[in-house]
Design a binder for this molecule. Sequence first.
Ligand code: 5AD
Ligand code: SF4
Length: 442
Amino acid sequence: MKQVYLDTFGCQMNVADTDRMELILFHSGYQRTLEKEDADLILVNTCSIREKAEQKTFSLFGGLKPLKRANPDLILGLTGCLGQQDGKKLLQRMPYLDFVMGPDQVEGIAQAVDRVRTTGKSFVWTGFDQEKAYSIPEISGDLPQTPGASAFVNIIKGCDKFCTFCIVPFTRGREKSREPEELIAEISHLVSRGAKEIILLGQNVNSYGKRGLKKAMPFHELLYCIAEIPGVERLRFTTSHPNDFTRETIRAYRDLDVLQNHLHLPVQSGNDSVLNTMRRDHTIAEYLELLTELKSEVPDIALSTDIIVGFPGETDAAFEDTLTIMEKVGYSSSYMFAYSPRPGTPANDLPDSVPEEVKKQRLQKTIAMQSQISQQQGQVYIGEKVAVLIEGRSSKPGYAFKGRNPQYWNVNIQGSDLKTGDTVTVEIEQVSGHSLNGKALL
Ligand code: 5AD
Ligand code: SF4
């Protein structure tokens, strides 16, 4: 078999796209290798959400150039959001590339490789499929990899929200949902191969079912359907937008035992004026009202968020509002970012008014604030017995396995006679960062 080396930057959607390309290529005679030097084909699935992600891609390709020079038969492809965004410019900047594709061409990866082999010419393949429903047809036969205890399933692609800072609606196009029958079949298959937990994926999962289906179906109904699939022990979803997060979904948390008590609900900023310029279309009061309702139904739910600091027009006082909301909500974890202007987005036309140095300081402050909050939040688990789905070996010295509790905390576990996929009760003894450490009870 020929060898393919795959590298992925960015979000879980990209990780899922890379897995999909691996599967398709496997059926065209390629096996995944972890050594670039052994590869006949190298694919880098890229991200363009922030400038840093782009820089990392360029430096990776710099390192691949000598490989291509030494072996002209090596095929080098760039896929994903940076490909969509910069298309031809990338071939000009890196003439040793064989092809550039966008995220909507994942299904065509084998054709793209064939085209390079038969024509020997480089090309760009971007553009969105406007017609077809979003479908990921199952490929029969052997699969290259078995799923882990926790498996991701794409339920919707694209985003129609157009937050002013965000490139995603431009790189991934309009929202399209996958048919529920297809999802149920895929999840049943994953579970039959050993998956215990299913994480539903999308840029805005709460918008599921509005577009692209033969018959519209709201997100919460999908949750109820999946919860009935035998063998699904845990169910999660990410990411959610506050404006599409419904009361019915709150009820699903209450009704469905398998739906785990964690919600990633990005707030981005704690200041109404900044939220308005970001086009988030809700206020902080509305966001907090939603959380109050959620907490009244599901008191032990853990919340996590995304935060952007240094957005155009963010004053010191506005930034303080972000620290205040973090403290008020008591997030278990946060993904925190310095604002990075993205070409073609509406916010890119605003003056990037916060100096880089100030952005950095603000970012450090949010990181310090979050680690203090996580430490506090973690204390409530000390001495508690929590249910942990074991996902693999722990890298922490003295701990055999790692997994997650329902609230999505990492848990390092001491114990013997355990195996991946088991759910065990762990008595928590310590907190460090966003991890809990403890021993398995027999
Ligand atoms: N700059 C900084 N962070 C961004 N994000 C999206 N676009 C940008 C940008 N231009 C962050 C948001 C989003 C997460 C996936 O990435 O917080 O929720
Ligand atoms: Fe980007 Fe906003 Fe869509 Fe999230 S909801 S992907 S931040 S445009």
